[in-house]
Design a protein. Structure first.
Lengths: 99, 302
């Protein structure tokens, strides 16, 4: 999957450690977004026809082409459920997250 | 302008795997972030993006989390189009080739606050693609009415009650205002029809000069809709005729989708928290307004 990767962020200890001027590296991810998810999408690969509807409608871009299968990056999925709702074959189900 | 017929159609199968707007902090089911994500996928990594104060800059640039993989900058609220013009002039002066400048602004940043700069940008015909993601209110600051808020919407500045049905003004006719500049290319799109949207972005990418796309993007938080229906509700808005898919090119309007029969507008409205209070009389006014608009569009644009 071709996406920015999470990198460790070392918290600046001194004012001199902050970037000079209001700019920063593009695609720098310091944190994952999975914490606010209450339901997770699970793909039934038997029912999936690989139409890529879910891939194109995911607001977070967490659905990716994993060879000829659909893959989901659970680190950044927020569990909105758009993929499951839009799936023409109902191949994605939303499963409650267990704590 | 290159020959439009030579441009290869972009489909989910051949679109790049690269994610250029990733790890952002938008609400679950955000329509605006889907519009930005798809547009950047089409435009590619060599894109300079300018974003004014608004949802997409608030969720994309949370130091040290930088969700944009391409070069992106936050601009003053009224100045996104002038900043994009400046980026374009700078790139030209440096002799940079093979790139695109894009501005992503919300409906308030486009139709109200940023309008003067946008008008100037189109007048100068700067080589910038301006994408307005329209969620029909100032969502980032907590749902205030904007120029593109439709009649009857409940917002914090147009509360619905005994005396008023929410917003009492109709949606500004932004697309035709932009077209009146004799712009090279302008289009409306909806995230409910993503295939149509990405090909309009692709078309604009290949045009040298000012281009504009008005994309209808749902906002579950501000509209009071469940997160999973985000794409569906944006599609329904088109199907019931309250939004339309059109293009303006070479001085001609073109209606891309002309439904024989509209889906029920009342059903679309009643699904959303922001329209729940509307009486039958209010809905009839919305429908009358819609029919008047479509009568004119069908007469002139077909």
């Amino acid at each position: 999957m071709n996406k920015p990767q999470k990198k460790d962020f070392i918290k600046p200890k001194h004012i001199n450690d902050y970037p000079v001027g209001p700019q920063f590296e593009a695609g720098h991810l310091a944190d994952i977004n999975a914490g606010w998810r209450t339901v997770r999408p699970v793909v039934d690969h038997e029912a999936c026809i690989f139409c890529l509807r879910c891939y194109i409608v995911c607001p977070d871009g967490t659905i990716f082409k994993d060879g000829d299968k659909i893959g989901i990056d659970y680190d950044y999925c927020k569990g909105c459920g758009v993929c499951a709702h839009e799936c023409p074959k109902d191949a994605i189900s939303m499963i409650k997250e267990e704590l | 302008m290159s020959n439009m017929l030579d441009i290869k159609k972009i489909t989910p199968k051949n679109i790049t795997d690269k994610e250029l707007f990733y790890g952002h902090k938008a609400c679950a089911g955000c329509g605006g972030s889907l519009a930005v994500r798809l547009a950047l996928k089409v435009l590619g990594e060599r894109t300079y993006a300018a974003l004014p104060a608004g949802c997409m800059s608030a969720v994309g640039f949370i130091y040290p989390q930088m969700a944009f993989k391409n070069n992106a900058i936050i601009t003053p609220f009224p100045g996104v189009a002038s900043m994009a013009s400046g980026i374009e002039a700078g790139a030209k002066a440096l002799g940079i080739e093979d790139y695109k400048t894009v501005a992503f602004a919300g409906d308030g940043g486009t139709a109200d606050i940023g309008f003067q700069a946008l008008s100037g940008m189109i007048d100068r015909d700067d080589n910038v693609l301006y994408i307005c993601y329209d969620n029909e209110a100032y969502m980032n600051t907590g749902i205030q009415k904007s120029g593109l808020t439709p009649f009857g919407t409940k917002t914090t500045t147009t509360p619905a009650g005994k005396n008023l049905p929410g917003s009492i003004t109709h949606k500004k006719n932004l697309f035709e205002i932009i077209a009146a500049h004799d712009i090279k290319y302008a289009a409306t799109a909806s995230i409910g029809y993503p295939q149509d949207f990405i090909n309009k972005v692709n078309k604009a990418k290949h045009i040298k000069g000012a281009t504009f796309i008005h994309v209808y993007a749902s906002c579950p938080t501000g509209w009071g809709t469940p997160t999973h229906t985000s794409v569906e509700i944006a599609k329904e808005a088109v199907d019931c005729g309250l939004f339309y898919l059109a293009e303006y090119e070479n001085g001609e309007f073109k209606l891309n989708k002309n439904p024989k029969e509209f889906a029920s507008a009342a059903e679309y409205l009643k699904k959303q928290g922001r329209f729940k209070h509307m009486t039958e009389e209010n809905i009839n006014e919305v429908v009358a307004q819609r029919d008047m608009k479509w009568e004119r569009m069908r007469r002139k644009w077909l």
